[in-house]
Design a protein around this ligand. Structure first.
Ligand SMILES: [Zn+2]
Length: 218
């Protein structure tokens, strides 16, 4: 993991050396700019700044990122110029899909029967995460890219509060996971997924380019 850091940092320096806040805006507020985010990477490469890269690596310890979605701090709590680096690492680690022999039972309502999280849900919803500390479900793309916890009640259910009303899963069209995804690409979740894929693909490209350079130098 540590050996990957210089690769990531080098590209950060290439893409937007003076101000990474612009890059953050791309993810958070302008869905239509996603294509531009991808294109900019390969077409514009001003200069690499090695000294700055070393500084970034020294100040962000990617090894210490908290995996449990119920215990990790919000992305916005990290320094803005490190947030994409942290997003990349969470994407590389993939959704936190904790496998347990038994998940805790909880009662669904006043007279409801006992229910629990089901591991099989991970197969149907790739973005789904499970928090052991909160016994709740979360969404990794929305955690990484959704910055709208205010407004509609429950809009931060899969990013901050955690979802644990298990009786509302697998109940047809009212399934909470299906509702979270939404019916159109305009839904917040799908916007988050597009950002997720864009950054993921960019990271893959970075890896390939870096490997090629290493081979050329050796
Ligand atoms: Zn989501």
């Amino acid at each position: 993991m540590i050996t990957n850091q210089p690769k990531v940092d080098v590209v950060q320096g290439r893409k937007s050396p003076p101000d990474n806040n612009n890059k953050k805006e791309d993810h958070d507020t302008h869905p239509s700019d996603q294509q531009d985010v991808n294109d900019n990477h390969t077409n514009k490469s001003p200069r690499v700044e090695p000294e700055k890269d070393v500084h970034i690596s020294a100040s962000v310890n990617l090894d210490s990122l908290i995996r449990d979605p119920g215990a990790r701090p919000s992305i916005s709590s990290f320094p803005s110029d490190h947030q994409d680096e942290i997003r990349r690492e969470y994407i590389r680690l993939r959704p936190y899909q904790l496998s347990k022999q038994k998940y805790p039972l909880s009662r669904g309502g006043p007279n409801g029967r006992m229910r629990s999280f089901q591991e099989v849900w991970f197969k149907s919803f790739w973005w789904l995460e499970y928090s052991e500390t909160k016994d709740a479900a979360y969404c990794l793309p929305c955690y990484l890219f959704n910055k709208k916890p205010v407004g509609r009640v429950g809009s931060d259910r899969f990013t901050k509060q955690g979802f644990n009303k298990w009786k509302k899963v697998n109940c047809g069209n009212d399934c909470a996971f299906i509702t979270h995804v939404g019916k159109t690409s305009a839904f917040a979740h799908n916007f988050s997924v597009r950002c997720y894929e864009a950054l993921k693909n960019k990271s893959c490209h970075i890896e390939n380019v870096t490997e090629k350079r290493v081979k050329e130098l050796s």
